[in-house]
Ligand binder design. Sequence first.
Ligand code: T46
Length: 150
Amino acid sequence: MVKYTTFEFEEHGDERGILISLEENRNIPFDIRRCYFMYNTQPGISRGFHAHKTLRQVLVCVRGSCRILLDDGKEKASVLLDRPNKGLYITSNLWRVMTDFSEDAVLMVLADQLYDESDYIRDYDAFLAYLRDNGEKKPDQESILPEENK
Ligand code: T46
């Protein structure tokens, strides 16, 4: 089974609306060193098509929706991010593709490292070779996995 974790963030709602707070090592399972987000994704566009050697990230579609396709070299998974209180935690050695962006989608990502191109594996065959060379290393999952994804 492809290893990933989904989080349901606590919503602080009142008559004014809803507020969600994301805090390192509280509801985000690492030190947050970077935040980036993508929007204005053009129709039919998919992004990603790479894996990371060490990076850990939480993805939140804070507006609209998109789908995240994950592949650990053996199995595949698909996760729909369609509400701002849902987070997807992914770690290293997972091929990822972001797709099916709604027109209004804003996909925000929190990461535990600064941007470093040398952490990327952008070729799928190289990804499979990297897994073989690293003893079929599975993604790290230090955080608590929900029951349905253990
Ligand atoms: C990931 C998925 C979910 C930077 O200069 N700084 C940054 O922090 C990032 C993330 C990107 N860039 C530059 C590098 C490229 O010239 O922005 C350009 C687009 O990046 P990329 O093609 O890698 O974007 P995506 O959407 O394919 O992938 C991104 C992240 O790069 C990646 O780590 O896991 O989102």
